[in-house]
Design a protein. Structure first.
Length: 271
């Protein structure tokens, strides 16, 4: 893996050491430079857990990705630098649906003076890594919390204005087979939100910008503003301007996104 190319992509110019300062700088730089997005799922392109494929897509081709790609790439780079990294299986909305969400999120545990959680794949989640302590954490004005549920499952509570309110995870190393099976389900099943509509998130110096179907949002610690997009041209323009995603073929997704929006987001569709 060309670590220097990754550093160039996220604007990191310091000396990389396996320490908290480097981890924090890489985490922040990654989220500021590389958007979370699921356009390849929408475009029915094959998805993979391979970090080399994530490097080609996110670094060489300057795209974004979802959790398997975002955290997969960061974890591989951290290991190249000399960090001790454990990939853990997470579950967004565990208990709110059936067992299919198990393994629908990839989380990184990084060993330093104490264990830290690194996660650049939760969309509008936390900007910096945080110690694995069961308490409130504040970052960039947003408040988060880590909770021990039962000694086996831990829960990360997102900030009040976030999209998904939480995800759960276990400390055991993730099963590649479980992650692979869930990755295939999420990228192909008609029941998967990733198949049903387009999603994008990006951290900025002013807050977080997101796209949920037609809903274009600017999220701040004290609230969020939402406007609805009304055309394919506007959709592709927002992807380019706010997420630095030059994907003109995404215009073809617009009719399905427009038709599905109210069904998926209910009253929020009219926000």
């Amino acid at each position: 893996m060309d670590v220097q190319a990754y550093f160039d992509r996220i604007g990191f110019s310091g000396r990389a050491r396996p320490d908290l300062a480097t981890l924090t700088a890489l985490h922040r730089g990654h989220l500021r430079a590389i958007p979370y997005e699921n356009l390849d799922v929408q475009l029915r392109r094959p998805m993979t857990l391979d970090p080399a494929a994530a490097f080609d897509k996110l670094v060489t081709r300057r795209r974004g990705g979802w959790c398997y790609e975002m955290n997969g790439l960061l974890g591989a780079v951290l290991q190249e630098i000399g960090f001790s990294v454990t990939r853990m299986s997470g579950s967004v909305a565990r208990g709110e649906r059936d067992d299919r969400p198990l393994g629908n999120h990839l989380v990184l545990r990084v060993e330093l003076d104490q264990p830290y959680i690194a996660d650049v794949g939760f969309g509008d989640g936390i900007l910096e890594p945080f110690p694995m302590t069961f308490q409130a954490h504040e970052c960039a004005g947003y408040r988060f919390r880590l909770e021990d549920l039962d000694g086996e499952w831990l829960r990360f509570h997102n900030h009040a204005n976030g999209g998904a309110p939480f995800f759960d995870f276990t400390l055991a190393p993730a099963s590649p087979d479980e992650l692979g099976a869930t990755c295939r389900w999420l990228s192909t099943s008609p029941e998967s939100i990733f198949v049903q509509t387009a999603l994008a998130f990006r951290h900025t110096p002013d807050g977080i910008v997101s796209l949920l179907g037609r809903a274009h949002r600017r999220i701040r610690p004290d609230g969020k503003e939402t406007r609805l997009l009304n055309s394919a041209e506007e959709f592709v323009g927002v992807l380019k301007r706010d997420f630095d995603l030059d994907v003109p073929e995404a215009a073809g997704l617009w009719p399905a996104i427009h038709a599905k929006h109210e069904e998926l987001f209910g009253e929020e569709a009219q926000a």
